[in-house]
Write a protein that binds this ligand. Structure first.
Ligand code: GLU
Length: 518
């Protein structure tokens, strides 16, 4: 095997750090895609560099309406803010490849002129026939001379076809028997045998570039210094390496890192959209509605994840800071992220762990920050907030019990509406006159309280009354909770009473006594 050239990415040069996230707008954004965006963003910000969003929409057959808007909204939700994008523009605009269509042809033609690419006139039918007739057919060095292209045809015939406007593509001419290699920032030295690489199309018959040409041209023109992308793009790397070299831009090639795949929870295979539906958890960042099929793919956001938790859990899919710490804010991640600490081992996705991150973030965030989301959850369930300071206290009282944002409804509704029903099984069977007497006396005590209930004092009064009536905590604490809450859950019952206030607590006890005695 001849080693004609090896391309080693240069060590960190004095080039401005510029990274890009370059999604194709073909549908919803898988969590692996958001992780790619996040790692590019974190590295850029860690080095004081720029983060660019470039929309790679050159494949019109896979273009999906609404996907670009979705991607932008998703980055926005995650707090991954591009410095340059189709929305904010910037010095290298346009940032949508379809709008750059006219600039790619010149590079493809240059490659043809210099013998690194060629025109191919094969029709889709001819190619299909070859695929059927020849096992493992690849358009490459083994067959290119027998196919209809500017390598097999004479110059005269080629010119005639071009002049006649015969539909054609431009393909890269991959060299035979060479090794191309590069230094991946995660995987180290990676090399490819060019005999295994086919002559990929660079410019399509409609004049649009393919991903391969566009990604190289744009990374060059946009002065991208580093590019992190999913491991699934590794097989494309030799084509890109050859293009960087053939276009004379080898010294400007970005440093690449191919991020490890995210696997299904059982570790068997890549986590796909279908796995989410099968295993009952989201795989997309946000709900994605496919207008063509009418299918709705659920997202983390709508399930009740906080963006802080989502960013955090994505960062931990393959990265750690070298300590046991697992909780990082986006600012901490920006400060600590280093590509050297990204593992090349695949990362298994664990939904239970994802929920743990969310619960931790709900606990960590101040009630004030959770407020808008809780207001929304309550509003969706018909509860309108009139007293914001009361809401903040309620959030503080229940947030330890919430895993998803939607849990705030179940965990706090009783603070806003008296229970409509009681978990009577927990009370009725053991209800008796002694308990009834206890609560009647408790009402007398409550009526004497001035204005507000002090949880601590009230607890002491409650317990003293219990002793006086020879009752145990087990006899009256649970019924009291059920009177206030409706069920067997919630924070410390005296804190609940204090928050509800004197009048509401009295009202609930009176109402429940009627039901329990009835
Ligand atoms: N357009 C490619 C995608 O959809 C980008 C791959 C790359 O980052 O080079 O993921």
């Amino acid at each position: 095997m001849k080693l004609r050239f090896a391309i080693f990415a240069p060590a960190m040069s004095d080039k401005k750090v510029r990274l890009r996230f370059a999604p194709s707008p073909t549908g919803g954004l898988h969590l692996g895609g958001v992780r790619t965006a996040l790692f590019n963003y974190l590295f850029a910000k860690n080095h004081g560099g720029d983060f660019i969003l470039r929309i790679e929409d050159t494949d019109q057959t896979r273009y999906v309406d609404g996907a670009e808007k979705y991607i932008m909204e998703c980055l926005d939700w995650c707090g991954i803010t591009p410095d340059e994008s189709p929305a904010v523009c910037g010095p290298f605009a346009p940032y949508r490849q379809s709008e750059r269509k006219s600039l790619y042809r010149e590079y493809a033609e240059k490659l043809v002129r210099e013998g690194h690419a060629y025109y191919a006139f094969d029709t889709p039918e001819e190619l299909d026939r070859n695929r059927k007739e020849i096992p493992n057919f690849q358009y490459g060095h083994a067959y290119r001379d027998t196919l209809r292209n500017s390598l097999s045809l004479s110059q005269h015939d080629t010119d005639k076809l071009l002049d006649a406007g015969e539909p054609h593509v431009i393909r890269i001419k991959v060299p035979v028997g060479e090794t191309v290699s590069f230094n991946d920032m995660i995987r180290g030295h990676v090399s490819f045998d060019t005999n295994q690489v086919d002559d990929k199309v660079l410019l399509k018959a409609d004049g649009m570039p393919t991903y391969h040409l566009a990604v190289v041209v744009d990374d060059y023109l946009m002065k991208i210094s580093h590019a992190f992308r999913g491991e699934e793009w590794l097989p494309s790397a030799p084509v890109h390496l050859l293009l960087w070299d053939y276009l004379g831009w080898k010294a400007d090639m970005p440093q690449w890192a191919h991020l490890p795949l995210i696997l299904k929870p059982d570790g068997h295979g890549k986590l796909s959209k279908r796995d989410g539906a099968r295993l009952g958890f989201p795989v997309y960042a946000m709900n994605w509605f496919d207008a063509k099929t009418g299918e709705l793919t659920p997202g983390f956001r709508e399930l009740g994840f906080l963006p802080e938790a989502f960013d955090n859990l994505l960062a931990m899919l393959g990265w750690n800071d070298g300590t046991d710490n697992e909780i990082f804010s986006l600012d901490e991640l920006k400060e600590k992220f280093s590509i050297d600490r990204v593992s090349k081992a695949v990362a298994k996705f664990d939904f239970e762990k994802a929920k743990w991150y969310n619960a931790e973030w709900i606990k960590k965030l101040k009630a004030e920050s959770l407020k808008p989301k809780v207001v929304e959850v309550l509003a969706q369930n018909g509860i309108t907030i009139t007293d914001e300071s009361y809401l903040l206290k309620v959030i503080d009282a229940v947030k330890e019990r919430c895993v998803l944002l939607g849990d705030f409804y179940q965990q706090s509704a009783y603070f806003f509406e008296a229970p409509k029903a009681y978990d009577e099984n927990a009370v009725k069977l053991k209800w008796n006159e002694a308990k009834n007497e206890f609560f009647k006396t408790l009402l007398v005590i409550l009526n004497k309280v001035d204005e507000t209930i002090d949880a601590h004092i009230f607890e002491e009064q409650f317990k003293a009354l219990m002793e006086e009536k020879s009752l145990k905590a087990g006899d009256v604490m649970l019924p009291f909770r059920i009177m206030l809450v409706g069920g067997k859950f919630g924070p410390h019952v005296f804190d609940i009473a204090a928050l509800l206030g004197k009048d509401e607590t009295i009202c609930r006890v009176e109402k429940a006594l009627m039901v329990f005695n009835g």
